[in-house]
Design a binder for this molecule. Structure first.
Ligand code: PLP
Length: 473
């Protein structure tokens, strides 16, 4: 039998990216220069945004955004506990206090009700002795987990009520969009969805430059400040050094950072940007195939989708219904690895990491949803170069493991009394409907026709494709 291996991720780099990198090397202009500038312009145009500043990572973009917004030591920022290290680390870089917030059980995005609760608890002195009840709350940092956008209107309403800026961690969310209803227009992530939107072009992201990021904003003051701070805090005219026309006599305005993106990286980004929607569509097709083929497996829950969102499909996070299984997520993950399937977990929540636990005294009970969700989450491979054969291999492996570890009570409940079910009977049982109570818990995880509805909404992404206008380039 042919053995199929499926890595967790594989970047999609074509001949155009390779040729552009070679041309960059031949040009002799390796660091920030004309290609980085063009990448910024085309990225901003793809989102309909006023300003885009290309930087060396999303972490750098987040740091620059908070610094430009004047975040000061001791101030408070609401940060989801369900995120990667970077979102909260940048708050700590500036000596401010991340107030962690639990997540929504379906999307894993920041839960605004819990955000309200955490602010109230802070004020009441109920978050413990590590927090000052008079902490000035200044900002909120939503993360669009896996590329499923948070409800932006609800977020803005919450932020306005609490007088907070919004720095969105959009590391996973290019391209992604949402609309209020089918009669409303689409709003792209980064199209005035936050005070500053920060994207990642890390190697495994939806578009990549190897390492890289982008800070996007409508506010020219913030843009100018971030641009200067991304290059040692040099005055505006110093940037001319990078296009040949600037002044040698730059001024240092502030002790800035070294966060600029190189032209070598931008060369890759320019072509990834052109193919962003084409690659997203392929990931959507992978997601649809997973959803089709795993729809009747009672032991797993699908990631959510709805027809008012276009997902970037950076991740395909499956949730195991561990109450129906005799195994743990970790063991399940390990067995998939043995079958040649690479997976990941997004994420161990921040409050379960030693630094946040020990510095702020967070307990698992402070975040009941994230604490239980992460223990049953497993992200399946999803990338644009994935073949249908690879998707089917992952599906077969997941099904096999579900059968192998199905709880006996559940197995016998599903099969005729007395007869011990054979393995192939159990596998075929997966094509039958799951029990009603399980279907109920799928409430916000709509059926596959909803994902299909996205194919009708693809026009929303045409503007993401800059310049050349061809979606199949
Ligand atoms: C949610 C989130 N935010 C920020 C980052 C950091 O991105 P970068 O590696 O570009 O700094 C990541 C990286 O994986 C991420 O997943």
């Amino acid at each position: 039998m042919k053995s199929i291996r499926v890595p967790f991720f594989c970047p999609d780099l074509g001949e155009q990216e390779i040729a552009e990198v070679v041309a960059t090397l031949r040009s002799g202009w390796l660091t920030t220069g004309p290609r980085a500038r063009r990448f910024e312009q085309e990225f901003a145009a793809a989102l309909g945004a006023a300003h885009a500043i290309a930087v060396s990572s999303c972490t750098a973009a987040l740091h620059l955004a908070l610094e430009a917004l004047g975040l000061r030591p001791g101030q408070g920022v609401l940060v989801p506990t369900m995120t990667f290290a970077a979102t909260a680390a940048v708050v700590r870089y500036l000596g401010a206090v991340p107030i962690l917030v639990d997540c929504d059980p379906v999307t894993a995005n920041l839960d605004l009700l819990d955000a309200e609760r955490k602010v109230a608890q802070l004020r009441a002195g109920a978050l413990g002795s590590n927090f000052d009840p008079d902490t000035a709350m200044v900002g909120v940092m939503p993360v669009h987990v896996g590329g499923t956008m948070i409800d932006v209107d609800a977020m803005r309403e919450f932020a306005a009520r609490h007088h907070l800026w919004i720095v969105e961690d959009a590391a996973h969310a290019f391209p992604a969009a949402l609309r209020k209803s089918p009669v409303h227009p689409w709003q792209r992530c980064g199209e005035q969805t936050a005070t500053v939107s920060c994207f990642s072009f890390y190697a495994n992201k939806t578009i990549t430059t190897g390492e890289g990021g982008m800070a996007v904003t409508e506010e020219s003051g913030l843009a100018e400040h971030m641009r200067s701070m991304s290059l040692h805090g040099l005055s505006h005219d110093a940037w001319g050094r990078y296009s040949g026309g600037g002044s040698w006599d730059y001024q240092i305005i502030a002790p800035g950072y070294k966060y600029n993106l190189t032209d070598v990286a931008a060369a890759i980004g320019l072509h990834q940007l052109q193919r962003a929607e084409q690659m997203r569509r392929r990931r959507e097709a992978v997601a649809l195939r997973y959803r089709d083929k795993l729809a009747n497996v009672a032991e797993v829950e699908m990631p959510p989708a709805d027809n008012n969102r276009i997902l970037s499909w950076h991740l395909f996070p499956l949730r195991l219904r561990t109450q129906l299984l005799t195994t743990s997520r970790n063991a399940f993950k390990e067995e998939l690895q043995q079958e040649g399937v690479g997976t990941s977990v997004h994420w161990r929540p921040l409050h379960l990491h030693p630094y946040y636990r020990e510095t702020f005294g967070w307990q698992p009970e402070n975040f009941p949803v994230a604490t239980s969700l992460w223990e049953r989450s497993i992200s399946l491979p999803i990338f644009s170069r994935m073949t249908d054969e690879q998707v089917d291999h992952v599906v077969d492996c997941v099904k096999r493991l579900c059968v192998r570890h199905m709880r006996r009570a559940e197995a016998s409940r599903r099969h005729s009394i007395g007869a011990k079910p054979k393995l192939n009977q159990l596998v075929s049982a997966h094509s039958k409907s799951p029990p009603k109570r399980l279907v109920k818990s799928h409430l916000k995880s709509p059926p596959r026709q909803v994902v299909r509805a996205h194919s009708k909404s693809r026009a929303a992404f045409r503007p993401l494709l800059t310049g050349k206008g061809s979606e199949s380039s």
